[in-house]
Design a protein around this ligand. Structure first.
Ligand SMILES: [Zn+2]
Length: 182
């Protein structure tokens, strides 16, 4: 399955809330495979579909010894404990800042075959779930930084060598030409 180019901060697809998956079909299987391959190729801990330009509620994760994917995910916070720690994003390459997150969450959703899935995690895995579900709502982790850090982050992003690329459109299907004559 092909590794896909990652959409970067500034691309409107990252600010567009993704829509629920309704068809658990071969296209979804391909999307999950593309996401997993791209995440592993980039060495990321997680990757959400909007980050490869697909506006569907799907993410993959690979952290704390766990890996998998979740379709139409939601999560509940467990307990009141918070964690502070460094967070980064493949859509904001080369940069990281401290971000406050819930320490423990339970995420629920479906796998690509339509079976219900539940993931319980703390630390990195909990951070990853919160970060990826944010992506599906058009939220980036810079939105969650304290005001001072956020200001510094936005400055560093504006100064980053990759900033300013302005690519296209939101696709609802990852493979719009599949089965069609060109
Ligand atoms: Zn991210």
């Amino acid at each position: 399955m092909p590794v896909q180019p990652i959409r970067l901060f500034g691309d409107p697809v990252l600010r567009t809330p993704a829509v629920e998956v309704t068809d658990f079909d071969r296209e979804l299987h391909r999307l999950v495979a593309d996401l997993a391959d791209t995440m592993l190729d980039e060495g990321g801990a997680g990757l959400a579909a909007p980050q490869i330009g697909v506006g569907l509620r799907v993410f993959v994760y690979h952290c704390d010894g766990f890996s998998g994917h979740l379709v139409n995910p939601t999560f509940d916070v467990v307990g009141e404990e918070m964690q502070d720690g460094e967070e980064g994003c493949l859509s904001i390459p080369g940069l990281a800042w401290d971000c406050r997150r819930h320490l423990h969450v339970v995420a629920r959703g479906w796998n690509m075959h339509g079976d219900p899935v539940e993931i319980e995690g703390s630390q990195m895995l909990a951070r990853c779930v919160q970060h990826e579900v944010d992506h599906l709502d058009g939220v980036l982790f810079v939105d969650r930084l304290d005001p001072q850090t956020r200001k510094r982050a936005l400055k560093e992003i504006r100064e980053a060598p990759w900033f300013g690329d302005r690519p296209p459109t939101v696709k609802v299907s990852p493979h719009p030409l599949l089965g069609k004559a060109r």
